[in-house]
Every structure is written in C-alpha cells, then in structure tokens.
Design a protein around this ligand. Structure first.
Ligand code: CP
Ligand code: NVA
Length: 312
C-alpha cells in the first residue's frame, strides 16, 4: 500500500491514522519499539523542514532508522528511475519521497517494492492533510460537519484537504482566484462536490470583501497556504509571474482586519510568508493552531509509518 494521494484510502484508513496519531502523542513510550529495525529512506527533490524532520525523527522514535537522500547528490539525477527505485527498495523498508512532479512520483512508485509515501508533490500533500485532521479532531473533538474554508491559491495542500475531508465529512469551501495548473484534479473535485463536501466560490462574480467576511463567519477553520509553491518562490524565471500573483492575491490575505470578530481557528501548513498570504500577527494570534498543526506532523507521520509497515 502506497500513499500517493488519499483518494484510494477509505474513511476507516483515515480515521485509524487520526486515532493512532492522537495515541502516539499521548503515550509515546508505548510506541518506542513499534517498528524496531526498519529503515526509512527520505528521497527529496525539494527543500523541507517539517516533512523531513517528522520523517527522520518519527521513524527514530518508533525504533527504526532514517536515511536522507538529497536527489541532486545521488545518481537518481542521471540514471533510469525504475532501476534506482528497485535498488532503493532492496535497501530500505519504506520510502518518503518529495518529488517536484506527481507524474514522476507515480512512475517511481510502480517499480518500488516497498511502500512509497508522497512527502508533497505539485498535486497533493497527503501527510499534511492527515496531520491537519488530527489537529482538527484535537480542537473540536470531531471531524464530521466541520466547515473549513481555504482562502488562497488552489494547490497541492488544498487538494489533499478536499480528498481527506470528503472521506470524513469535513465541508471544504475554496475561495481561490487562481488554481495551480499542476493541481487541477476535476475527478477529485467532482467526487467531493457530489458528496456535498466541496464547493468553490466564483471569485469573478462576487464582491470579494463581502464574500470573505460571510464565508469566514460560517467557518470553524480558516486555512491558507503560500501563493507560490516553494520551487517557484525564488526562481528568477518565475519573477514576473510572482509579481503578478502577489498583486492579484493581496485582497485575499488573512489579516486581523479580515478576521476581526470571528472566532474561527486559523490554520497554515507552513512555511508561511508573513505579509503575503497571512499577516505575521495572525500566525501567533490566540485563534491560531498553526504550531499544533506543525507539531502534529510528527505524530501523524509516525502513524502513517506504522500502518504502511504493518501492511507491507
Ligand atoms: N508543511 C510542510 O510540508 O512543511 P515543509 O515543506 O517544511 O516540509
Ligand atoms: N503549497 C506548498 C506547501 C508546502 C508544504 C508548496 O508546495 O510549496
């Protein structure tokens, strides 16, 4: 069993991860030797703080071992992908992979003979969404019926929130004047919409000031993420597009004025760009559960390892 996207996972699979994550947070000692002797490889094409640390530290806390590979320093950069994945599968028991492109990740998973976990590609970020469900469960004591509003650019994180949310009954409303081209997934959106778990506001036809206030008032959680995925933020070839996006997206910034009088929780997967998608003061606002979210990446990653290794 791989975790490339949450779509093939059942409600039971997802709820099991949420429950195990909470138990691992409460009783870490019980899990000290849960995957004794197993090895994890982290194969990363992009930078990371949370996903990398959750992987390396998580497997260590479970009694296993982590090995980090920066793609650019390996022969993955020049060899046949299938050959290299077969080789890696023979060395380790599970692989956490952060690839630029979802297509390449899917191709890599086919010859792999051990479970592959998507550590964030251009289309999905499933381990982020699992950690987020854990955080929502911790704060609200339930998942079903929670109303989550995603304000920003419709991206990988947004897709995984939709994919996870539709399995457990979270209603996701997206307010996004832009969709990252790589994140277009009509099949997912249609399936979630049919279940009544996803809708998007048409930002061309509404008064955005009024609409944002109204949707935030109806939401338990307001979630945002970067307007530009990490691989583009510093890319000189993307400089013009970056300028255009930042200008277009400023009316959608989460800030104190927009959230005044609302008692919703504020979420962000991090890394945050203070002053862009979120004003710095909101990151530390009393409604913010952003740092619980990031801590929970560790516990939920451990639950994912345990599940996939048990089934392998
Ligand atoms: N949220 C998240 O995945 O963070 P990193 O990119 O630092 O891993
Ligand atoms: N959408 C962001 C998520 C980072 C965890 C990105 O891909 O950079």
């Amino acid at each position: 069993m791989h975790l490339i996207t949450l779509s093939p996972w059942s409600e039971t699979d997802i709820l099991e991860i949420v429950e195990d994550s909470l138990n691992m947070k409460r009783y870490p000692e019980k899990y000290r030797h849960a995957v004794g002797g197993k090895s994890l490889c982290l194969l990363f094409q992009k930078t990371s703080t949370r996903t990398r640390c959750a992987g390396e530290i998580g497997i260590t806390q479970l009694g296993g071992h982590a090995h980090y590979l920066d793609w650019r320093t390996t022969n993955f950069a020049l060899a046949d992908l299938g050959d290299e994945m077969r080789v890696l599968s023979a060395y380790v028991d599970i692989i956490l992979a952060r690839f630029l492109k979802n297509d390449e990740l899917v191709t890599a998973a086919t010859p792999a003979t051990v479970p592959i976990i998507n550590g964030c590609c251009d289309k999905y970020h499933p381990t982020q969404a699992l950690g987020d469900l854990m955080t929502i469960q911790e704060h609200f004591g339930r998942l079903e019926g929670i109303k989550l509003c995603f304000i920003g650019v419709h991206n990988n994180v947004c897709n995984s929130l939709i994919a996870a949310g539709m399995k457990v009954g979270i209603e996701v409303t997206v307010v996004a004047p832009e969709v990252n081209p790589a994140a277009i997934d009509k099949k997912l959106w249609d399936a979630a919409a049919q279940k009544g778990c996803y809708k998007t506001l048409d930002t061309d036809t509404i008064d955005i000031g009024d609409a944002l206030g109204q949707i935030i008032a109806e939401s338990d959680v307001v979630y945002t993420d970067t307007w530009l995925d990490m691989e583009f933020f510093e890319d000189p070839a993307f400089a013009e597009e970056r300028k255009r996006r930042l200008k277009q997206m400023m009316p959608y910034q989460l800030n104190s004025e927009l959230l005044r009088g609302h008692d919703c929780k504020i979420m962000h997967c991090l890394p945050a760009h203070h002053g862009y998608e979120i004003a710095g003061e909101l990151v530390n606002d009393e409604r913010s559960i952003i740092f619980e979210q990031s801590e929970n990446r560790l516990h939920s990653m451990k639950a994912v390892f345990l599940k996939l290794l048990a089934q392998a």
